[in-house]
Design a protein around this ligand. Structure first.
Ligand SMILES: [Zn+2]
Length: 79
């Protein structure tokens, strides 16, 4: 087992203090991973509460990224 990998990452919501596990946010359990590397994030609920304007921007960026045409599809062929 390689020992260079970080033991475990825990994302903590800076707004409500919940932690993220497999994409779901829930209340932290004491001592669940004492060696974890902690990083701060913001859960979707707090984004809506704290940054209502950012939600709209994020949704628009997601929509545009999905509907954007492939950049490599330029018409560079010569007839
Ligand atoms: Zn939160």
């Amino acid at each position: 087992m390689p020992s260079t990998l970080p033991p475990c990452w825990i994302e903590i919501c800076a707004g409500c203090g919940r932690t993220r596990h497999n994409g779901a946010w829930r209340d932290p359990e004491p001592g669940e991973c004492p060696d974890s590397v902690r990083t701060h994030d913001i859960c979707p609920d707090c984004i809506r509460t704290l940054y209502p304007g950012y939600v709209r921007v994020a949704e628009r960026l997601r929509r545009e990224a999905r509907s954007a045409p492939s950049v490599s599809n330029e018409n560079e062929q010569t007839p």
